[in-house]
Design a protein around this ligand. Structure first.
Ligand code: ZN
Length: 430
C-alpha cells in the first residue's frame, strides 16, 4: 500500500473543514425526515438527492423477502416492504488500483417517544452548545452525512478513490437488518466496510455486539364483568406473570459464566426489554387479551436460534403455571433474529481507521463491546468482510433529546476521508 502523499492529505483535510457548515445543513435536512418504521421514504429520497449531488447515480435496492428468506441473517418482517427500497450509489474509478470499500448507514430511526418531553420537537433539528438535537441525529444520520462529506472532500481536493466505493443507505437497522442484508446480497462484495454508528456517548470502535431476538407473546384470558371477577382470567395479570419469567431469564443470562470474554467488564450486557405492551378492553371488564413485545439480547457464544428456543421454552413453562389459570398463550417471532458478532480489531481497515482518527484528533477511539447491535454483523458473519464500525459522540440515542456532537461529527468525517483515501488510494479527478 502506498502512503497517501502529504499534499493530498492536507488538501483532503482542508476540504473537510471547508465543507463543515454544509455538512451540518445536510444533517438538518436528513433529521427533518421522520423516518420511523414504514415512513422512511422522505429520508430515502433525500439520500438519493445527496448521492446525485456527489455525481453518482443512485439505484434502488428492494427488500425481496422470498429471495432472502433462506439466508441465515434474515429476520421475519414486521411490515410490507412496498415503497421502501434502500438506496445505493457506486463510485467506479478510472483505474482500480486500490481496495474497494462499502460506506453504510441506516436511515431509519426509532419512535420519538413522548414528544412533549423533548426540549425542541424531535424532527425539528436544533443546535445548542455545539450539539444537534433531533431523533436520529446521532443514530445515525450524522454518520451517514460524515461518509458522504468525506467522499465529497476528496472530490473538492481534485481527487477520487482509486477503487470501487459503494454507499448503502438502508432501512430497518432498528428492527430486522433486512435492508442491510438486501443491499449486501445485491451488490458485489467489497474488501472492507465502514459503518459510522455512534459510540456510547463518546467516539468508539465497536469490538463486538450482542445479537437480538424479538418476540411477541399474546395472552388470552377469559372476560367477565368485574362483579364476577373470580370467574374470569385476567390476561394482563397473566402477561405480567410471564414477564417475570423473562426477568428471571435475564438474571440468569447475565451470570458471569454466560458472559463471553469480549464483554468482560461490561455491566449487565444481556438485556431483556419489555418494550411494548397492549392489553385490556375496559376498566370494568376482566381483560381478555394482552400482548408483550420483547427484545431479548443474545450473548456472543450463544445464538439467535438457541435464544428463540429459550423463549419458546419459557412460554411453554408459563402455560403450566397455576397463576395463569388456564389463560391461552401464544408466541410469535417477528423482527430481529440476529446473531451476535465479534469484530476483528486486527483487520487492516480497523487499524487504519483507528490511526486516521488518532492523527486527526490526537485522541484514541475506545474499543466498544456493544450491548446493542448494528448492521455490521452481516458483513462480518456472512461475507467475511472486515468492518470498522465507529462514529461520533451521540447522547440519548433512543431517548428524549437525542443529540450528536458536531465537533465529533467533523472528526469522524475527517477520519473517514483519510481512511478512504488511504484504503482505496486516490486518482486525479477526471
Ligand atoms: Zn444505529
Amino acid at each position: 500500500m502506498t502512503e497517501l502523499d502529504p499534499g493530498a492529505r492536507r488538501a483532503i483535510l482542508e476540504s473537510c473543514d471547508a465543507l463543515r457548515e454544509e455538512s451540518v445543513r445536510l444533517l438538518e435536512r436528513l433529521v427533518r425526515c421522520p423516518s420511523t418504521l414504514g415512513n422512511e421514504a422522505s429520508a430515502l429520497n433525500e439520500m438519493a438527492r445527496i448521492y446525485e449531488g456527489l455525481g453518482l447515480a443512485p439505484q434502488r435496492v428492494p427488500v425481496e423477502v422470498e429471495k432472502l428468506r433462506a439466508h441465515p441473517g434474515f429476520s421475519p418482517p414486521l411490515v410490507s416492504y412496498d415503497g421502501r427500497d434502500n438506496v445505493v450509489a457506486v463510485h467506479r474509478p478510472r483505474s482500480a488500483t486500490g481496495r474497494s470499500l462499502v460506506l453504510q448507514g441506516h436511515v431509519d430511526v426509532v419512535p420519538e417517544g413522548a414528544a412533549d418531553e423533548w426540549t425542541t420537537p424531535p424532527y425539528e433539528p436544533a443546535i445548542r452548545n455545539g450539539r444537534m438535537y433531533g431523533r436520529g441525529a446521532g443514530d445515525m444520520k450524522a454518520g451517514i452525512i460524515s461518509y458522504v462529506t468525506a467522499f465529497r472532500a476528496l472530490k473538492e481536493a481534485g481527487l477520487q478513490p482509486a477503487a470501487e466505493v459503494q454507499m448503502h443507505a438502508v432501512i430497518e437497522e432498528e428492527c430486522s437488518g433486512n435492508g442491510a442484508l438486501a443491499c449486501m446480497v445485491a451488490m458485489p462484495p467489497c474488501q472492507a466496510a465502514i459503518i459510522p454508528e455512534p459510540g456510547p456517548g463518546l467516539p468508539a470502535m465497536y469490538s463486538a455486539e450482542v445479537g437480538v431476538v424479538w418476540a411477541f407473546v399474546t395472552v388470552t384470558g377469559r372476560p367477565a364483568h368485574v362483579r364476577d371477577k373470580q370467574a374470569g382470567v385476567n390476561a394482563i395479570e397473566a402477561a405480567m406473570a410471564i414477564w417475570s419469567r423473562f426477568e428471571a431469564y435475564e438474571r440468569e443470562m447475565n451470570r458471569a459464566e454466560h458472559i463471553h470474554a469480549s464483554f468482560r467488564g461490561v455491566n449487565h450486557p444481556v438485556n431483556v426489554n419489555l418494550g411494548t405492551f397492549d392489553g385490556g378492553e375496559w376498566n370494568s371488564s376482566v381483560a381478555t387479551r394482552a400482548r408483550l413485545g420483547l427484545r431479548v439480547g443474545v450473548m456472543v457464544g450463544n445464538s439467535a436460534d438457541r435464544v428463540r428456543a429459550d423463549i419458546e421454552r419459557i412460554v411453554d413453562a408459563a402455560r403450566d403455571d397455576a397463576a395463569l389459570k388456564g389463560a391461552k398463550v401464544t408466541v410469535e417471532f417477528r423482527g430481529f433474529h440476529a446473531d451476535p458478532c465479534v469484530f476483528d480489531m486486527e483487520a487492516p481497515i480497523v487499524k487504519l481507521a483507528m490511526r486516521s482518527y488518532a492523527e486527526v484528533t490526537g485522541g484514541d477511539l475506545r474499543q466498544y463491546p456493544a450491548t446493542g447491535l448494528t448492521d455490521g454483523r452481516f458483513f462480518q458473519l456472512y461475507q467475511g468482510t472486515p468492518v470498522a464500525c465507529f462514529g461520533p459522540d451521540a447522547q440519548e440515542i433512543h431517548g428524549i433529546d437525542e443529540s450528536v456532537g458536531l465537533d465529533s461529527m467533523h472528526d469522524i468525517t475527517r477520519s473517514i476521508a483519510l481512511t478512504m483515501a488511504e484504503w482505496c488510494g486516490v486518482e486525479a479527478l477526471s
